[in-house]
Design a protein around this ligand. Structure first.
Ligand code: 13P
Length: 284
């Protein structure tokens, strides 16, 4: 199979009431681990990379690896660009083979967000690429996007409706109380707001800040209309902690093929847990 657009996958997920997990991957091994997990559990999969990872690995290496995974896999796989503020980089990624992009203008006024999102949607439509945008501001840290608690704002349901009508965006990430990174306490998710937004907007909704949310709360978000569940920090931290542990036990190991084995297994296991709580097992 080739990489597919995430739009039909997410429309089906919202219709059937399950969530597809979008995993942020930073290395080839992380990518392989989540693909293995999705294949084993027959789950549709969204691979995603931040702008930082695009700079670190290079667009063509990422697209090449994702295409290789899709070719071998028997499950549908989409490749998504996460939180991008740069129109030109979005164009480059779409041209290179990304099948989904996020234009994040949530730091700008509503009108600017609409205008920039419209521009991306115009090109993406022709290429059948999915477009995600954010309303309100999701708190926390992801790469060099750092939104302090007092700067995070929740999405307004009426604005969400107007935004989707004006832009024709295919997926919407409304800020509803989750945050990027590790939560200090329990996340304070505004479930009532998700329900209100879902009542006004029929495109699939995206849950950002998927690390550290208790399973019951993820399930509740998905049941209310969150069809894409983003997970980054938990995978990244587990991957690195596994390597740290490995070197504590075997400080003289020099072969990356040896020390990556356990890190891949850990990532695979977390991926299965996240897909289980999102309800996408056997939905491929
Ligand atoms: P976490 O890092 O909290 O898992 O958030 C992931 C995310 O929302 C990526 O956009």
């Amino acid at each position: 199979m080739s990489l597919v657009s995430s739009t039909p996958l997410l429309l089906e997920a919202r219709k059937q009431g399950y969530g597809i997990v979008a995993f942020n991957v930073h290395t080839l091994e992380m990518l392989q681990a989540v693909v293995d997990a999705a294949e084993e559990s027959r789950s549709p999969l969204i691979l995603q990379t931040t702008v930082g990872t695009v700079k670190h690995l290079g667009i063509d290496y990422i697209v090449g690896a994702a295409q290789a995974a899709a070719k071998q896999a028997s499950i549908p796989i989409a490749l998504h660009l996460d939180h991008c503020q740069d129109f030109n980089l979005i164009m480059k990624c779409m041209k290179a083979g990304y099948t989904s992009v996020m234009i994040d203008q949530s730091m700008h006024p509503f009108e600017t967000n609409v205008e920039m999102t419209q521009k991306v949607v115009e090109v993406a439509r022709a290429l059948q690429v999915n477009v995600e945008a954010e309303l309100g501001k999701v708190g926390g840290v992801e790469d060099d996007i750092d939104v302090a608690d007092h700067m995070a704002t929740l999405a307004d349901p009426d604005e969400c409706q107007r935004f989707v009508e004006l832009t024709g965006v295919s997926t919407l990430a409304p800020a509803i109380g989750t945050a990027h990174g590790i939560y200090k306490g329990e996340p304070k998710i505004d479930f009532k707001r998700i329900a209100e937004i879902a009542g006004k907007v029929d495109v699939p909704l995206v849950l950002h800040g998927g690390s550290g949310i208790p399973a019951e709360q993820v399930k509740q978000c998905v049941a209310l209309g969150m069809a894409k569940v983003n997970v980054a920090t938990e995978l990244k931290n587990a991957f690195t902690l596994s390597l740290q542990q490995f070197f504590k036990e075997k400080p003289s190991e020099l072969d990356p093929r040896a020390y990556m084995v356990e890190a891949k297994r850990v990532v695979r296991q977390i991926a299965i847990e996240k897909m289980t709580m999102s309800g996408c097992i056997n939905k491929a």
